[in-house]
Write a protein that binds this ligand. Structure first.
Ligand SMILES: C[S@@+](CC[C@H](N)C(=O)[O-])C[C@H]1O[C@@H](n2cnc3c(N)ncnc32)[C@H](O)[C@@H]1O
Length: 494
């Protein structure tokens, strides 16, 4: 049970910026030549950025702080008299979601800087705690408002706020400098790109969110200048506010590239081929479908000892097994009820009567699976099966881990191995073929190419959409060509 204060902190995404961080951010902006006439802190809290801005931008004609919590505004007011040009500072008690920028703010001509740190909370977290601090126009039940903007249903409140802020700024001479999750900054910049909203000087500077906010997230300072004449939306990612080294991120060939320099060096490897990376099996019912072999007996997730035929049982490797290279042995098995998606399942009754009885006995677990895909499918269906599932050799990787260690995996207990849906794999008829592709995938060029497409701060950094971008034929041809070149060179030397 959450205390009222905890609930409030979550609902308002309340993580006040430490004054020293706010000062560092303002200093960074000064270094980048930002010299605003008007500064707006749209969710100013107890005023770290109002204060830092007053010191760092003495030429600003106006600093406006807006905040929903009147007690926070009182705290800011108490500090005002000590700040330089305090008569230029205006504080407004307001709700961002109900705020009418044009009517409520008289923004004079000149360069605007929107600075701050929006609430750190997602709409689904608001749903869990029964919070109401959400965009008014979005229908929260089906998220129509935000979906219309971004096509997604779960979102960070700060992403919504950034998009709304951009709408106000796109035709002005304006800078945006916001602390936010790195994934939010990336989605926001992607949104600007997709909507042709011109920006220049865009950069992300990583910050240590654990140190400054005691939050375990990858966070950054997002900086950009709204610029209608800009024709590139590439941006730089720095390791910290102090760091000089950076990588360049941008959009090419319909995808966001995390390291443009590497991608451009290896862009000849980009392209799709017939072989597709597949996801492991989805069944949404591990209690019933996953069994462990303990003392030569099968035990399910409900701690029941099960006596069923082994015809539909396949050795299972979880994503964590793949990532930790536990791939030569397993005591886990998965009940694979279909050979292809949509295949009728009633034949199990005749082929393996004990298995069918087991499924029927536990049908209450299987029938209540929420995902819509099960409703229109034969009873006890699973997803992510096809001829590829039953091939003897696989190369697999787990999508959740932060490395590109591909594993070569053969049959276990004389049966093809299957994976859970955090694993991605290619399948092969022969060991030789699998070994050849495994060597290619572990080669420096393949690893560099894939890394150039991956954002390691994401929850599931490795995805089939990324793996499928690597054209293995091209990689093999290039390797063969290089070997040939080497051989003919040696020949010539002789
Ligand atoms: C992450 S804190 C950051 C505060 C301040 N910007 C800073 O950097 O220290 C988010 C702030 O947003 C305020 N807030 C939350 N929802 C708001 C809303 N709908 N309108 C205005 N302010 C809001 C919270 O009260 C909190 O002070």
């Amino acid at each position: 049970m959450l205390l009222a204060a905890q609930k409030k902190q979550i609902e308002y995404g309340d993580f006040q910026t430490p004054p020293e961080l706010a000062q560092k951010v303002c200093q960074k902006l000064v270094e980048h030549g930002v010299n605003p006439d008007i500064i707006i802190e749209p969710t100013c809290g107890i005023g770290a950025f109002v204060e830092a801005s007053a010191y760092s931008f003495p030429n600003a004609k106006k600093i406006i702080g807006i905040e929903i919590n009147p007690d926070y505004l009182k705290e800011v007011k108490e500090k005002l008299s000590q700040l330089p040009n305090s008569n230029h500072i205006e504080l407004i008690n307001g709700d961002f979601f109900k705020f009418h920028w044009k009517e409520s703010l008289s923004i004079p001509q000149g360069t605007i800087l929107i600075i701050g740190n929006f609430p750190w909370v997602t709409n689904s977290r608001q749903g869990v705690i029964g919070g109401a601090n959400l965009p008014v126009k979005s229908n929260f039940q089906n998220h129509s408002g935000f979906e219309a903007m971004t096509g997604r249903s779960n979102f960070d409140i700060s992403e919504w706020m950034l998009i709304k802020t951009a709408e106000q700024l796109q035709n002005r001479d304006a800078y945006l400098a916001m602390l936010c999750k790195t994934s939010v900054a990336r989605k926001f910049l992607n949104h600007l790109h997709l909507n042709n909203i011109g920006i220049s000087n865009a950069a992300l500077f990583r910050i240590d969110a654990k140190k400054h906010f005691n939050a375990s997230v990858d966070a950054c300072l997002l900086l950009c200048k709204f610029d209608r004449s800009a024709n590139s939306q590439d941006y730089f990612v720095y390791d910290s506010l102090e760091s000089e080294s950076y990588r360049q991120v941008g959009h090419r060939r319909g995808i966001t590239i995390s390291d443009l320099e590497t991608f451009e060096r290896l862009s000849y490897l980009f392209g799709y081929r017939d072989t597709k990376w597949r996801s492991g099996i989805k069944h949404d019912c591990s209690e019933v479908m996953e069994l462990q072999k303990i003392d030569n007996k099968f035990v399910n997730g409900l701690d029941e000892t099960i006596d069923i035929e082994d015809i539909f049982l396949y050795p299972l490797l979880k994503g964590s097994d793949i990532a930790n290279n536990r791939v030569t042995d397993t005591n886990r098995f998965l009940l694979v009820t279909q050979k292809v998606a949509g295949e009728p399942t009633h034949l199990i009754r005749h082929l393996a009567p004990k298995t069918w009885k087991y499924l029927e006995k536990h049908s209450s677990y299987l029938d209540k699976r929420k995902s819509r895909i099960y409703k229109a499918s034969p009873r006890f269906s699973i997803f992510g099966v096809g001829s590829y599932t039953f091939m003897p050799w696989k190369i697999a990787i787990c999508g959740l881990y932060k490395n590109l260690d591909f594993r070569l995996i053969g049959k276990l207990d004389e049966k093809p191995v299957v994976f859970d849906d955090t694993g991605y794999f290619l399948s092969f008829k022969s060991k030789e073929e699998a070994e050849d592709v495994h060597d290619l995938l572990m080669s420096p060029n393949a690893q560099d190419f894939l890394s150039s497409l991956i954002f390691w701060d994401e929850k599931r950094p490795i995805k089939t959409s990324i793996l499928n971008c690597l054209n293995l034929d091209m990689l093999r041809n290039k390797k063969t060509f290089r070997l040939f070149e080497k051989k003919t060179k040696n020949y010539r030397v002789k």
